[in-house]
Design a protein around this ligand. Structure first.
Ligand code: SF4
Length: 572
């Protein structure tokens, strides 16, 4: 089975903005947080929000001075807002700006004496809110056929619910214009909906069946299913568990898209499931190859091997002999630290990497033994290298553990070190610098590289790993927000973070060039510019959403480290 995954699947701007607002508030708020109606039409996200004590209610008795009340992206009518205010609750408005625009149009034309006709779903939160701006002179139609059922009207202002189908709206507009004399038509379908609908049509024309991921109560998910259903059979699911593989296996090419309220991890769960199933059905050698590759990546052998490669590159840049115990130390220490962090961080892994979570859960016993073995190996190698490397290894390991442990008082915002703003990327990159650069440098005895060379190479490794770690933090941003982890993209926002990364990549390249010119690193150091260029290229691919999730994404990001190892192997 061939898969085509929609690039525009997942949270739309309005839903993302509303969720970020409520989660940010939940971080600093001691009072109860209620959303007026569900914040998002997705049961999985709603239940996760409830774990963060963000509940949903439409009962005014639940709102009081002690409560913070969030209005969802769908907006609310002026009357309902007034009654909420009267309860004394602190109102936070997360209405989507695109919905607010429609409310403004209705209000303006209602004042001019126009009757409002909304093309939308009766009873939908957004439509109910919009009706409230029509000064009691609004009506909802759900199809072209219902235009004839409208009462005689003098002046009509026609708008659409932001998530309706464009073609249908055009037909409705024609019918309304034909029926009434004075008509003002506003196409208020939002750009996020439009681009999603265009993409779903484009994919539907290329596939034999379509999987649409999203809440059963989500209007825009249902709409995507209807649009795709005009071309191919559609399977709408909330989670991967609902996929009917017996049915789906009949199709050669399958598309995957998702509604505006579907989080990344649910989409990823479905994609992983379909991809895994496809590979399981492939001929034996390929299937075997994929399974082995998946185990190597999920069990962190690949990143550990990348660690050894980067350590080799660092030794070349330091101008010292390749020390095999240092390479083995890097491999085993990174393997155990990455695995320990996964065991210590189950909720975030569950959200960000569902298939890795399942892998760790199913193989926990073997992986724990593997951890013990790799830790023991790391210490034997460190002891072999000398007192300095041994102490540095102990410090790195303890820092790695402290990073995941609860070491701050519970009243502190984020009781784990990793929950402090942006510290995750900083600390892990620092750890890489210590193991890949300081440990081999400390093991060289009197011919130790100069301090300035150590600093330059340390910064080289630090920057490469900071970019890597932040790229994964961008991928995991939705899950991290929900578990309250303050990664750099969570705090700065994705676009600003990408600018920081580009800046860091440029600085790293300049640093290496200057260090080469000044003779701080060997001339072969210039070859490592290819490693930096690789990171830059990958950032561009990621920005254009050409490669942005899954096993291939992870392998390609860490391919940068393997490239560094290759250069170290080829050039002195
Ligand atoms: Fe806003 Fe469009 Fe999302 Fe509705 S679908 S919340 S209008 S971005």
């Amino acid at each position: 089975m061939k898969l085509i995954v929609a690039k525009k699947a997942g949270f739309c701007m309005g839903v993302k903005r509303a969720l970020e607002m409520v989660l940010d508030r939940a971080r600093e708020e001691n009072n109860d947080i209620f959303t007026y109606g569900p914040m998002i039409h997705n049961p999985q996200v709603v239940s996760l929000l409830s774990l963060k004590k963000i509940s949903s209610s439409r009962d005014l008795d639940d709102f009081s001075e002690e409560v913070v009340c969030f209005i969802s992206a769908h907006g609310i009518s002026p009357e309902r807002r007034k009654s909420l205010k009267a309860t004394g609750a602190c109102i936070c408005d997360a209405s989507c700006p695109d919905v607010v625009k429609v409310q403004g149009i209705i209000k303006k034309y209602a004042l001019k004496g126009y009757s409002t006709v909304i093309f939308g779903d009766r009873g939908h939160t957004e439509v109910e809110g919009l009706l409230g701006f029509s000064a009691g002179n609004g009506m909802v139609i759900n199809s072209v056929a219902e235009v004839d059922e409208l009462p005689p009207l003098e002046k009509v202002c026609l708008v659409s619910q932001t998530t309706r189908n464009m073609d249908e709206f055009r037909r409705v507009a024609d019918a309304v214009r034909a029926r009434f004399q004075e008509v003002e038509v506003f196409n208020t379908i939002c750009s996020s909906t439009l681009s999603r609908q265009e993409e779903v049509i484009e994919i539907s024309e290329k596939v034999d069946a379509m999987v649409v991921v999203g809440g059963k109560n989500s209007a825009n998910t249902a709409r995507l299913s209807l649009i795709a259903g005009e071309f191919v059979p559609v399977f709408q699911v909330e989670t991967a568990e609902e996929l009917n593989m017996d049915e789906l296996s009949r199709y050669h090419t399958v598309g995957v898209t998702a509604g505006a309220s579907t989080p990344n991890w649910l989409i990823q769960g479905v994609v992983d499931h379909l991809r895994g199933w496809t590979w399981r059905k492939k001929n034996l050698p390929l299937r075997w190859l994929y399974s082995v590759a998946a185990v190597i990546v999920k069990a962190n052998f690949f990143i550990a091997f990348g660690g050894a490669c980067l350590t080799a590159a660092a030794m070349r840049l330091l101008g010292i002999q390749i020390l095999w115990p240092a390479l083995l130390l890097s491999f085993s220490l990174f393997l155990s630290i990455y695995n320990l962090n996964i065991f210590a961080d189950q909720p975030a892994i569950f959200l960000n990497q569902p298939s890795r979570y399942r892998f760790f859960h199913n193989n926990r016993l073997i992986l724990r033994w593997l951890n013990a073995l790799s830790l023991a190996t790391a210490f034997v190698c460190a002891a072999f290298l000398g007192v300095g490397p041994f102490l540095l290894t102990v410090i790195t390991l303890l820092s790695g553990l402290a990073y995941s442990s609860t070491i701050l008082p519970s009243s502190f915002p984020g009781t784990r070190l990793k929950n402090l703003t942006g510290l995750k990327e900083f600390l892990s990159s620092l750890g890489w610098g210590v193991v890949a650069v300081l440990v081999p440098a400390a093991a060289t005895g009197p011919d130790r590289p100069s301090v300035v060379a150590i600093i330059v190479v340390f910064l080289f490794v630090f920057s490469i790993m900071f970019v890597r770690s932040t790229l994964f933090a961008i991928r995991d941003i939705q899950g991290d927000r929900l578990v309250g982890r303050e990664t750099l993209p969570v705090v700065l926002g994705v676009e600003r973070t990408k600018i920081v990364l580009l800046f860091l990549i440029t600085l790293n390249a300049l640093g290496l060039i200057v260090a080469g010119i000044l003779g701080w690193v060997p001339v072969s150091g210039y070859y490592y510019l290819a490693v930096i260029a690789y990171g830059c290229l990958y950032l561009i691919l990621y920005h254009k959403r050409i490669l942005y999730r899954g096993l291939v994404h992870e392998v390609l990001v860490d391919g940068q480290l393997i490239l560094a190892g290759l250069i170290a192997g080829l050039f002195r």
